[in-house]
Write a protein that binds this ligand. Structure first.
Ligand SMILES: [Zn+2]
Length: 441
């Protein structure tokens, strides 16, 4: 891919600096006006949703949301490049097993990249990205993540990308002064540590659990910036990784680039390109500091439109404006996937929801605990997988979880808490420290 479209996109992106909500919303409405007209003509599935709801395009904010299941069910008529779900899955799985990530499918506006979301629980998502969208993605990433912004391009950068799949999407950030090296997560950690030290990267991009493992294996890096992707960045990881440079996080999902850090290191929703409707969870106030579930409308992606698409994530907004002055909303933290929220017994036998970040906070403070996984395996059963699993960490972890649950409506006395040794993670899998493998029927 050519570097020029990427640079043009980065320059265009730098223009999109909104200081007031009103200006940002006017910009979104302008994008939505043109985007939805195009999408309704080219995507029968989106047009059908508007028809079924009896809504004109101008009332897109009221369209009943869809989700991953709905997206996959209508995939063939949703995408605007004539690719069937069957064909997309075939291409993506072939790329994954052969580790040859160049295959693309021909599309009317250029080659289309096919990707799978990293398989966590449930169904895998499939996404299609066109060449112009790749340039836009790379430009936005460049503008936000290079130290010093676009001026950062006056210096040479070596970027180390730790990714499960060497997606062409990530490869597109390639220019004269920008070197990129891909580190395959399926290789042994000591080898990765050795190669990373030898590469002397200025920017390191990867899932925090992997970067920490590589760091523990002895990698020595004097970079400028560490960019956490794919997993939630937690304070303990951020503290250790800061030895390699300033640590920032990107919130990216299959569904798009959702939030990016500002120069002050705070995460802002990517509202210049994506419209967010935020549904309060747990009966909280709309746009308050409680949990919200995003329903996104991507105002740019045409190859595979995301219009009023509900995500599985829960996030907390920051109540105060950011010192950087951006009007885009500030994310306080990503609480976790809704699928992973625990359903625990309350004092009166009712079921209460406990969010993953709550348990993560409790276990992060256990002295001597290197890594853990908390798993709800039944209606009243929670297993703590601990590393190391010795009498001291066992007692401290049980105490920390018990004490934390006393601050929630859950009743720890009604819960069976057990511990066991943590198995080493399978290479290339995404770390989720809190999961629920039991499903209420
Ligand atoms: Zn900011």
């Amino acid at each position: 891919m050519n570097a020029l479209p990427t640079l043009l996109a980065a320059l265009d992106d730098a223009r999109l600096d909104f200081r007031t909500r009103a200006a940002l919303e006017r910009h979104q409405e302008r994008l939505a006006h043109d985007h939805l007209r195009w999408v309704a003509v080219h995507s029968p599935a989106v047009a059908a949703r508007f028809r079924a709801a009896g809504l004109p395009l101008s009332r897109w904010r009221e369209l009943p949301p869809t989700d991953k299941t709905g997206m996959l069910a209508t995939f063939d008529t949703l995408n605007t490049v004539g690719v069937t779900l069957e064909r997309a899955l075939e291409v993506a799985r072939h790329a994954d097993t052969t580790r040859d990530f160049t295959p693309t499918l021909p599309g009317p506006r250029g080659p289309v990249t096919v990707g799978l979301s990293t398989g966590t629980s449930g169904t895998q998502g499939v996404f299609l990205v066109g060449p112009d969208e790749q340039a836009r993605w790379a430009g936005t990433v460049l503008r936000h993540l290079l130290p010093g912004g676009l001026r950062g391009l006056t210096r040479r950068h070596r970027v180390a990308f730790f990714l499960r799949a060497d997606s062409p999407l990530y490869r597109s950030v390639q220019g004269g002064r920008l070197g990129l090296r891909f580190f395959d997560l399926l290789r042994p950690v000591p080898d990765l540590a050795h190669d990373l030290s030898a590469y002397r990267p200025t920017l390191i991009v990867g899932p925090p659990s992997v970067l920490r493992a590589v760091q523990r294996a002895g990698a020595s890096v004097q970079g400028q910036r560490v960019i956490s992707v794919a997993e939630v960045l937690e304070p303990d990881d951020a503290a250790h990784l800061s030895a390699w440079g300033e640590v920032v996080q990107v919130y990216q999902a299959t569904e798009g680039l959702l939030a990016l850090p500002c120069p002050h290191g705070h995460l802002h929703l990517n509202e210049a390109h994506v419209h967010f409707d935020l549904e309060p969870l747990d009966g909280g106030e709309p746009l308050g500091d409680g949990l919200h579930r995003p329903v996104i409308t991507d105002l740019r992606r045409r190859t595979q439109p995301f219009i009023r698409h509900r995500l599985n994530d829960a996030l907390r907004l920051h109540p105060d404006p950011c010192p950087c002055g951006q009007a885009a909303r500030r994310v306080h933290s990503i609480a976790g996937r809704q699928d992973d929220a625990l359903h625990l017994p309350g004092a009166a036998g009712e079921t209460v929801t406990v969010w993953p970040d709550f348990l993560r906070g409790a276990l992060a403070s256990v002295p001597g605990l290197n890594e853990y996984h908390a798993e709800q395996t039944g209606p009243a059963a929670l297993t703590l997988h601990l590393d190391p699993h010795d009498p001291a960490t066992h007692a401290l972890a049980l105490h920390a979880v018990h004490a934390a649950l006393l601050r929630t409506p859950a009743d720890p006395e009604r819960l069976t808490l057990t511990t066991r040794p943590l198995d080493p993670p399978a290479p290339g899998t995404k770390r989720r420290r809190v999961t629920r493998t039991w499903n209420p029927t």
